[in-house]
Design a protein around this ligand. Structure first.
Ligand code: SF4
Length: 226
């Protein structure tokens, strides 16, 4: 566990302004303990950008309701899991409404951050939420139906981890309307609960993730009010 390297990484991410097309700041809210579980989403939305917290709005409510079914509250998940995304900045609003999807150039710019986190944190379980995250971790083309409800073992950055794909919890997604896709989600959650990372991450104490005062002082993070 290299906490100084992780502190440096967090500051680097939060200070990044490499892409001119996105709306900073980059969103990253490290947990309190050294995480065994990593969650990779698509990108922050405008609420997340304003609050400085990932999954801070309706999609987050739906996502954390899934984990509550496994006995882990939102607070507990945020305290013990590393939550990040394929794109760390809000991509902006689409002219036709909704949020823009992450662009390929911006994703390529942001990709090294994820690789660094996998190398530093060595998560046992990675939850890939939505197709952008799934395709980043499992590059072979496949539909959501062929991904959700299965467990994949992935080797990356010299590290082996279990990857559980989940659908994006956005209310705009109609994928979960179909009963067979709900069953896929149920299977995925059951698989997630059985992974080593989930059992170690939420089944007992983990080492505290001490961060230097300078890390927090430069975050610009706002306290979330519920
Ligand atoms: S999207 Fe990623 S690479 Fe681009 S400015 Fe934000 S943090 Fe940097």
């Amino acid at each position: 566990m290299d906490r100084e390297a992780l502190d440096r990484h967090v500051l680097e991410v939060r200070g990044c302004r490499r892409c001119s097309t996105v709306e900073p700041p980059p969103i990253l809210a490290p947990p309190e303990v050294w995480p065994r579980v990593m969650l990779v989403g698509q990108a922050p939305g405008p609420k997340e950008r304003d609050l400085g917290i990932p999954f801070a709005f309706t999609a987050g409510s739906r996502l954390f309701a899934w984990f509550a079914r496994l006995g882990v509250s939102e607070d507990e998940f945020r305290r013990r899991a590393w939550i990040c995304s394929v794109l760390r900045c809000f991509p902006g609003r689409a002219p036709q409404g909704g949020d823009l999807p992450p662009g390929p150039t911006e994703m390529a710019n942001c990709r090294p951050f994820l690789d660094t986190e996998i190398r530093l944190l060595r998560p046992l379980t990675v939850i890939a939420v939505g197709q952008s995250a799934i395709q980043t971790l499992l590059p072979e083309p496949a539909s959501l139906q062929d991904r959700v409800g299965q467990l994949f073992t992935v080797e990356r950055e010299g590290h082996r981890m279990e990857v559980i794909p989940l659908p994006h919890p956005s209310g705009r997604s109609t994928w979960l309307v179909r009963p067979e896709n709900q069953e896929r989600l149920d299977r995925a959650l059951a698989l997630l609960a059985g992974t080593q990372g989930w059992r170690e991450g939420f089944g007992g104490p983990s080492p505290t993730l001490e961060r230097s005062p300078s890390t927090d002082s430069e975050t610009g993070q706002k306290t979330r009010t519920k």
